[in-house]
Write a protein that binds this ligand. Sequence first.
Ligand code: BLA
Length: 317
Amino acid sequence: CLQHTLLPPLTIIPTSTPNWRRSNCIPSFSVSYHNFVQFALDETRRHTHLIPSPLQEKFSFMNSKDGKGRLSMLSFEAASIRLLRSLLIETETMQVLDFTVFPKAEYDVPIFCANFFTSAKTNIVVLDLNPLHDIINQYEYKEKYFKSLLPLGLKYAELFPWGGKLTSESINFFSPIVIWTKFTSSPQQYDILFSAFRDYYKVWLELICKADKETDESLIFHNLEAQHRYLTWRSEKDPGQGVLKKLIGDTLAKDLLRNFLFNGVDELGRKTFNDYFPHYCTEEEIVKKKGNIVGKSFENRPWNARGEFLGNRFSNW
Ligand code: BLA
């Protein structure tokens, strides 16, 4: 879309622009997440050798059903990385980045997670080093990976206010340095978001590069099960599911979720969603019956500056 270059940067072409409608191209949003992915790949290659994943053959590019949006997928593996994958969605009305890196089971390093949903007006952002194990009750795991990162988290917690209530279980997958925020679209915010993404990715790369490879079979299994539990949660409850289904239909969306985004959910373990999250089902039923928002919690950031959890210590690990 050459006309993008003629526009001031960081603006949105009104959807009524006749040229745009005719040329069927994606409007220029305030942000493009391509740079984010490019940065991550370049930075990873400075540390390790990336090998294209076998998934790349099947998942690379898709048009949305209406032909007006596109989905671009990339996936790689590396010595200590089971799967690095990214999904970019660009349509007339939204830009989405879902970028996640899963370590191999020999490493108990957190999962790198960047989920950015952008529409003309609003942005929904999760950026985190999702802990593999329980950090609310397991002091050692929190100390091992997050103690030294708290200043980084605090810096961005000031720049990005807490995004408000969220599905209660999600908090078990988040770390004390999670950036969970919503903001109205503005160029400055994207600059800060890009800076946060770079900082978080760099520290994650350091963690994975310095991590000791586990040799104890039972601990490797423990890591594997934790990853399977994470995949089970996300493939079932990802809030992006509805959007994906609308874009590419139920069957392709399910395939994308289970075989690409959360690849491993059908192979790494046998436990089901109910096995891992029995409490959730009961709660969801209550929510459905009462029609209220029992399932959402944490109006405010539930960690203090020392990374101590302030909510009730319920966790269903
Ligand atoms: C909303 N996305 C959300 C919310 C969270 C996340 C917490 C707020 C709603 C809620 O509490 O569920 C993200 N939740 C996560 C992440 C984890 C988690 C990263 O538990 C990790 C453990 N988001 C995407 C993609 C799309 C997307 C691919 O990742 C679209 C294709 C969209 N996310 C999206 C939309 C909303 C949302 C539209 C608002 C809808 C809603 O609130 O349910």
